[in-house]
Write a protein that binds this ligand. Structure first.
Ligand code: AMP
Length: 601
């Protein structure tokens, strides 16, 4: 295996200064325009290392995690290599989950926006077959799918991979954990011999090495070197926050955390401008710096940050290179960086000149696993913090209100206003406390002085679609809880289903969730408890699964084994012996003996 490891990826500050531009990588003009549209400034390390060998026709094995920019690393060379606008797929990307499949398909669409005639089709379990069949009939040069559904289409003869020229295995380790090894190998085997293969994985267990050895041709292996040290005077914390709530999270932190100056890192140029604007609208002295800002303006802005005219800088990695301002007490990673090197570089902007510094990292639910890599790279613990509550924010506002009074009591102008107020009090006979309150009304927005309490969480089923299943253990739902329950987060009524795979088949909870979620079109947050028994498993799922879902799940396999999902009917002596029949049909034809879970009192 030839390698193009760390040294092909310029490290740390060097990378920013000397790294290649997208144009240096030989990228097609139409794609360069699309990249400019989305606002990327320069290739991430995995992109700089992966795009050239893929353009040269080599197979690639990339050790890369989500958030590194690996999607563009394979999507760009594939789009450049498409030939003609024939109907058969030329590229197939296999992804472990439907969410990832949709996301990857969207990325392809984004990068091909100036390439008319390119069609990208996601296919995944849970989606109506008719939609996918129409899409396949219309023709798509790029198909992104979950392995189970791709095999399904191959078996039905609705997907023709005879013209395939690119195959990507995205998050290969996850796919195998989910029990898709057989499907993946079958696709590798049954597609044209001379295709180019790219395999991306966050880890490299022996089974992935074996697959890469068996099916890839002298692949270029790409790993991104992690720098291993950070100043120990920087305290690192992380907070779990969904994409939609980042701004709210940031404003709460800004209110509660006492900081001198702050640098906030985001991914794109547009995001620097947008976020700086939103912070200014909330009364903060904030400015954006990014690669588009002229050097003179950049220097002026940094000068203002140094002198205290500005307190917050919103920056991209490139724009913040080498930034050295002692006042920066906090670094906020609003968007998680591409790699641990960027992270180390970012947080090194604080804790300078012997001071201590605070680094905060926003982690969206699906990015959680990047934390381990960051802890390894910095050799320091990153502790979880809770977002300040509404009460914390309001207590802080009251405290600041008091501080302002205390501060103003020392003002040289106090005697002047004291005299005016005494006159007013005498003339109008109004208590002093009312006069003081009236003055505060002039300085504060009373309607918004206190932050509103969070609304009661609505029992919407998609509220926390990023969350994983609740928990796993070796006991079953029945042993654990007396009586029925609803899903803690979604409020959905749950029922216990039995599947015909257990410890004997070496299934892991992740494989069960992956297969059922993909093939049944369910979200991970739909899952309740999972209990893996010697020869079967019990899984809590919404009690009202549709016929279509049940049908899809009756055909689902895990580790090559048909799971025969059916409603659980209790211990053996009490079963009605329905075998592998469709549970929905069973539950209609006779009163089911399982207990449908009802809301807890
Ligand atoms: P991925 O690891 O492919 O899931 O990408 C993670 C995120 O990084 C996505 O939101 C991409 O849009 C973004 N991204 C990818 N490449 C770049 C780049 N060169 N500069 C800035 N953002 C990027």
């Amino acid at each position: 295996m030839s390698t193009s490891p760390a040294d092909s990826v310029p490290s740390d500050d060097e990378r920013d200064v000397n790294g290649p531009s997208f144009a240096d990588l030989g990228i097609d003009d139409r794609i360069l325009r699309a990249i400019a549209d989305v606002g990327y400034e320069s290739p991430s390390p995995i992109q700089a290392a992966t795009i050239p060998p893929l353009l040269d026709g080599a197979d690639v094995v990339g050790l890369a995690q989500t958030g590194t920019g690996k999607t563009a690393a394979f999507a760009i060379p594939i789009l450049m290599g498409l030939q003609g606008s024939g109907k058969q797929p030329q590229a197939l990307v296999l992804a472990p989950t439907r969410e990832l499949a949709i996301q990857v398909a969207e990325a392809f669409q984004k990068y091909s926006v100036h390439m008319p005639g390119v069609h990208v089709l996601p296919i995944y379990g849970g989606q109506n077959y008719a939609v996918q069949l129409n899409g396949l009939k219309r023709g798509a040069q790029v198909v992104v799918g979950t392995p189970g559904r791709v095999i399904d289409h191959l078996e039905r003869g609705t997907l023709d991979l005879t013209q395939l020229r690119y195959l990507v295995l995205d998050e290969a380790d996850e796919m195998l954990k989910m029990g898709f090894q057989e499907d993946v190998e079958r696709i590798l085997r049954d597609t044209p011999e001379d295709k180019q293969v790219a395999l991306f994985s966050a880890t490299m267990p022996p089974v992935i090495r074996k697959i890469s050895k068996q099916y890839l041709k002298d692949p270029t292996e790409i790993t991104v070197k992690a720098k291993t040290s950070t100043n120990t005077n920087i305290t690192q914390r992380w907070v779990l926050v969904s994409y939609q709530r980042k701004l709210d999270a940031l404003t709460r932190i800004l209110e509660v955390e006492s900081f001198e100056a702050m640098i906030i890192f985001v991914r794109t140029k547009q995001a620097t401008e947008e976020l700086a604007e939103k912070l200014r609208a909330r009364g903060y002295s904030a400015a954006a710096i990014n690669g588009d800002i002229a050097q003179a303006q950049r220097e002026r802005t940094i000068g203002q940050l140094k002198s205290g005219v500005l307190d917050i800088l919103v920056a991209t990695d490139v724009a913040a290179r080498g930034l050295d301002v002692d006042r920066i007490s906090h670094v906020v990673n609003y968007d998680i960086p591409h790699d641990t090197e960027s992270y180390v570089h970012r947080i090194g902007r604080t804790g300078r000149a012997g001071r201590s510094g605070e680094a905060l990292l926003f982690v969206a639910p699906r990015e959680r696993r990047l934390l381990d890599a960051i802890e390894r790279a910095t050799r320091q613990q990153v502790t979880e913090m809770q977002l300040p509550s509404v009460e914390d924010v309001n207590a802080q506002r009251v405290q600041k209100f008091g501080d302002t009074i205390t501060e103003n009591l020392a003002s040289a102008n106090l005697p002047l206003f004291r005299k005016l107020i005494e006159d007013y009090e005498r003339e109008h006979n109004i208590p002093l406390v009312d006069i003081a309150a009236a003055l505060a009304v002039g300085s504060y927005d009373g309607d918004n002085f206190f932050m509103e309490p969070d609304p009661e969480p609505a029992p919407r089923r998609d509220r926390d679609r990023d969350r994983g299943p609740r928990d796993f253990d070796d006991r079953g739902p029945r042993e654990r809880r007396e009586g029925p329950s609803r899903h803690r987060q979604t409020g959905a009524e749950l029922a216990t289903y039995r599947i015909a795979v257990g410890k004997r088949h070496k299934v892991a909870p992740g494989a069960i969730v992956g297969a059922i979620a993909n093939e049944g079109g369910l979200r991970r947050s739909d899952f309740g408890h999972i209990s893996i028994r010697p020869d079967h498993s019990l899984v809590e799922l919404p009690a009202d699964l549709s016929d279509e879902t049940l049908n899809a799940l009756s055909r689902t396999r895990i580790s090559g084994q048909l799971i025969q999902l059916q409603l659980d009917q209790g211990p053996p002596g009490f079963r009605s012996g329905t075998g592998g029949r469709n549970p929905r049909r069973d539950s209609r034809s006779e009163k089911p003996r399982y207990e449908r879970r009802k809301p807890r009192a």
